[in-house]
Design a protein around this ligand. Structure first.
Ligand code: CTP
Ligand SMILES: C[C@](O)(CO)[C@H](O)COP(=O)(O)O
Length: 254
């Protein structure tokens, strides 16, 4: 985008209303057979309920839009009724789509007009601390059109030529400088109009919402992520999530 056609930098939006869209429609194939991942239990409570509570814990978030498995909206509504959630937060449930991108778009379609800041948060990141949520909101309110929580990498990363057959050796093409790399998490926070424009414009498959905004040529910034905001993807992640909850209980003294 040329400098002339690029929109002026966003103004701070301190009084903006904040909604969270929680895509929860994935199957959880990498977690192994069973119910859709968001509906599986973590210490006896569905992963989705942990994620909703984590977002609703932020005093900034006044609406949570849950994007349910395509045939699971009624079940998710019952789950929300059955679990204690903050009364100051409104909830909507919509059915999701075949990809994360489509599910997020369906969640955005359901957003009432009053909300001008949108967080997109994976149900699969049930333990994100409220301070991380608040940091993302504050950065958007301070004028960033797109904000991602990010952490430095512990591993060295190689670019490879992916093998046609999984498990076969893969030629290494290069080693990006690790100090310049970040692993990004959710919630990712957006100026609503920017995120909607990104979803209307970008048709390629991407793995997060911020990369759609990057493709518009808009500014995306990072804020510090948190190690407890990890994504429950494989079975070992559930073990880690249970350990984190145990540590929190011990730290809280009950
Ligand atoms: N069609 C889809 C696919 C994914 N998601 C959501 O996007 C988030 C991140 O996706 P991921 O962790 O990859 O979940 P799954 O797609 O369920 O995992 P897998 O690839 O192992 O099946 C999850 O909260 C998931 O529910 C979604 O709402 N709709
Ligand atoms: C959005 C995300 O959580 C950022 O790290 C991630 O890209 C989701 O990827 P997935 O393949 O859908 O798990």
């Amino acid at each position: 985008m040329s400098d002339e056609s690029r929109p002026a930098p966003a103004e701070p939006r301190q009084d903006s209303r904040v909604a969270a869209v929680i895509p929860a429609a994935g199957r959880g194939v990498r977690l192994g057979p069973g119910a859709p991942k968001a509906l599986r239990a973590l210490n006896g409570t569905p992963i989705l309920i942990h994620a909703i509570r984590a977002l609703a814990a932020s005093r900034h978030v006044s609406l949570v839009v849950v994007v349910a498995p395509p045939d699971g909206a009624a079940e998710v509504k019952s789950l929300l009724d059955a679990h204690a959630l903050p009364e100051r937060t409104d909830f909507l449930v919509v059915p999701g789509g075949a990809s994360r991108q489509e599910s997020v778009r369906l969640g955005l379609d359901a957003l009432p007009p009053a909300y001008d800041v949108v967080l997109v948060h994976d149900a699969a990141r049930p333990l994100v601390p409220v301070d991380t949520v608040d940091t993302v909101v504050e950065a958007v309110r301070d004028g960033a059109p797109a904000v991602v929580p990010a952490l430095p990498l512990a591993d060295t990363v190689k670019e490879v030529e992916p093998a046609a057959v999984p498990g076969e050796p893969e030629p290494v093409l290069g080693t990006p400088v690790r100090a310049r790399l970040r692993a990004v998490q959710t919630p990712q926070g957006f100026d609503r109009a920017t995120l909607i424009r990104a979803h209307e414009t970008v048709t390629e498959d991407v793995t997060d919402d911020a990369s759609m905004v990057e493709r518009l040529g808009e500014r995306v910034v990072t804020v510090p992520g948190h190690e407890e905001a990890f994504k429950v993807t494989r079975p070992l992640d559930l073990v880690l999530a249970e350990a984190v909850l145990t540590r929190r209980r011990l730290n809280d003294g009950f």
